[in-house]
Design a protein around this ligand. Structure first.
Ligand code: ADP
Ligand code: MG
Length: 414
């Protein structure tokens, strides 16, 4: 996966001149929204065969973010599947982290051919990394396959990318922002009531697109239904103002502050509490994201959720988990979830098995090796699905922790 990038490498040598004294950079091995990562070797020690990953952080990144990431890696890196850091070089506004190289496979390349034992090992190692991170009360905030590196041949794992992490010993810029903008008294924020239009479409295993659930834009009829205040189970008159159900926004609502809550992370992996702008987010947000990875593995669909905006993602989550637990979870974090219609939860095991079977036959063909994998997925017990539902608990207060998940029979009975 080594991409030649001579121009970029020369720019990097110029940006941080000290690099050229120590490293010869070979190629680009990865990139994300906030960095480019290069493969390098030590220059003056030919006996050192070890290779390094140089993460060049885009210079527009706020210094406190960079310091956060560095703090995290220094404090928790180097054990329990969390990547280590060896060195950090800075020249003016350019910062480079030097980490051990971790050669890895691409999620989309192994997703379809995952064996059942391999899937369990993968999830176990992800949870081991999360247990380590959460021991420090740090939220990673960007758990997704491209940040959890897996070397399939060596059965090794590495959690990377603490660029969005937040926690007690870190400079939490989101928290700062919140302190400045959160209302102290008065009317509830304008978005403590969340309206979601659900499309009644069921999952479609033959769907060629990666997303299985589609959320239609609410029709006028659905919008009207959402605005109807009576007959709704989660209707609470204390939060209704003059304009509720009307086409115009009243002065009371215009004056209401917007809720501001951390929403760093990647679309499709954000937990319900992040999507609903809950301000007291904790480490449970990472467990949710790990649960979404688990859902992708069990169903061989990646990405599993795909929508246009936060409410669209919420709608897809509700169509999988059912309205009842989501309305209750919302209420436990002080939100009112108004739905266009009630929906039943889907049977996770039936859905995932169906999706995985259809996907595997398309991607893997009919070889005997494939038949073996299909057989093992068909014979899958209920345990992974029990754990999955506990990781995808919409209520962050009852969602399973990494520690408890590692003691789940899915892992302990194997
Ligand atoms: P960003 O904050 O820009 O997402 P990441 O830390 O996630 O940066 O790194 C971007 C990509 O670079 C990763 O998805 C991965 O493919 C690759 N990468 C990061 N760290 C390493 C490493 N130590 N060894 C090998 N590849 C790495
Ligand atoms: Mg990343």
């Amino acid at each position: 996966n080594c991409a030649p990038a001579n121009d970029a490498i020369n720019v990097l040598y110029q940006a941080v001149p000290e690099l050229a004294n120590h490293f010869s950079i070979t190629c680009k091995i990865g990139e994300g929204a906030f960095s480019c990562v290069y493969l390098a070797q030590l220059k003056h020690y030919p006996e050192v065969k070890e290779m390094f990953a140089l993460k060049h952080i885009i210079p527009t990144t706020h210094p406190s973010r960079i310091q956060n990431e560095l703090n995290c890696l220094l404090k928790i890196g180097g054990c329990d599947n969390v990547i280590d850091i060896k060195l950090c070089l800075r020249h003016r506004d350019h910062v480079v982290f030097v980490m051990p190289i971790f050669l890895h496979d691409k999620f989309q390349d192994y997703l379809y051919s995952f064996g059942v034992d391999e899937a369990r090992e993968y999830m176990k190692n992800l949870l081991i990394a999360l247990r380590r991170v959460h021991q420090f009360n740090i939220i990673h905030r960007d758990i997704k396959p491209s940040n959890f590196l897996y070397n399939r041949q060596q059965k090794r794992y590495a959690l990377v990318d603490f660029g969005l992490a937040s926690g007690p010993m870190l400079i939490d810029r989101d928290a700062d922002k919140l302190r400045k903008t959160l209302p102290t008294a008065g009317a509830p924020p304008s978005d403590s009531t969340i309206r979601v239009a659900l499309s009644p479409s069921k999952f479609d295993p033959s769907c060629s697109r990666a997303n299985v659930y589609k959320c239609k834009k609410p029709s006028t009829a659905v919008k009207n239904q959402l605005m109807k205040k009576k007959d709704h189970p989660s209707f609470d008159s204390s939060h209704i103002c003059d304009c509720f159900g009307k086409a115009q926004v009243c002065s009371v609502c215009v004056a209401r502050p917007n809720q501001v809550a951390a929403r760093a992370g990647t679309a499709g992996f954000r937990s319900p509490e992040v999507l609903m702008k809950y301000t007291e987010q904790g480490t449970a947000v990472d467990i949710w994201s790990a649960g979404v990875i688990f859902l992708s593995i069990l169903s061989a669909r990646y990405p599993f959720f795909r929508a246009e905006d936060d409410i669209g993602y919420l709608a897809q989550i509700i169509s999988v988990l059912g309205s009842e637990p989501c309305v209750q979870a919302a209420s436990s974090i002080g939100k009112h979830l108004l739905l266009s219609e009630p929906v039943e939860a889907v049977d996770l095991k039936a859905m995932c098995t169906k999706l995985r079977m259809s996907q595997m036959s398309v991607k893997l063909g009919t070889s005997s090796q494939f038949q073996q994998i299909v057989k093992s997925w068909k014979a899958m017990s209920d345990e992974p699905y029990d754990l999955l539902s506990k990781m995808l608990d919409p209520n962050p207060h009852t969602r399973i922790t990494a520690e408890d998940a590692l003691n789940h029979p899915y892992f302990t009975n194997s």
